[in-house]
Design a binder for this molecule. Structure first.
Ligand SMILES: [Mg+2]
Length: 193
């Protein structure tokens, strides 16, 4: 469906990185702060992959403790009002599903569907756009030919993706790129990159 949009959670709807840093410092106090995370794999010299995923999972299991960005609710509400079907998609374990639903409801974040998986790209064929901060997901979206955008962070700043400092700007970009008529949008793709 042309009106389906994939929305990431961590570092897209809430400020995940400071909490993540705190958890990583408990494992290795030398780890640099988020401002210095200028590569997606910044953590490799500080913690093991298992330590990393365990820390992420602990945060996800406590998701309700952490409020979303102030912009998250108006952003998602605007998307709904513009007729988008919102798929909240996060790279997290199924065990965190209920907590994720409670978090969305607790903070009044509108959505239509939740998808927790290690590979969101299987959703691409039915969706018009993805909002994510991961350079890998943005690369995959680019090659799949769907609209991709998200918030600008140190770990994605050196990519060529259309990223912004606010969700309002992300919303404006989505509006400019996602035509209500899918065929119009598809015709526009070659001129975008
Ligand atoms: Mg993210």
């Amino acid at each position: 469906m042309e009106n389906k949009i994939i929305i990431d959670i961590d570092n897209t709807l809430w400020d995940f990185s400071p909490v993540f840093w705190k958890h990583l410092r408990d494992i290795n106090p030398d780890i640099t702060p988020p401002q210095a995370w200028d590569r997606w794999d910044f953590w490799e010299v500080y913690v093991s992959k298992k330590e990393l995923y365990d820390a992420i999972h602990r945060i996800h299991m406590d998701q309700e403790k952490y409020p979303p960005y102030g912009e998250a609710k108006p952003f998602l509400t605007s998307l709904k009002e513009k007729g988008f079907y919102i798929i909240i998609a996060s790279h997290r374990e199924q065990e965190s599903f209920d907590g994720t639903v409670r978090w969305l409801n607790k903070y009044g974040l509108p959505f239509d569907e939740i998808y927790l998986s290690y590979d969101k790209s299987i959703l691409f064929k039915d969706c018009c756009a993805i909002v994510d901060d991961s350079p890998f997901m943005l690369d995959k979206a680019k090659y799949a030919g769907i609209v991709r955008t998200g918030l600008l962070h140190p770990w994605n700043a050196r990519t060529d993706h259309p990223l912004f400092n606010s969700l309002q700007e992300v919303l404006n970009y989505i509006e400019s790129q996602c035509s209500s008529k899918g065929e119009d949008r598809k015709r526009n793709i070659p001129s975008l990159w």
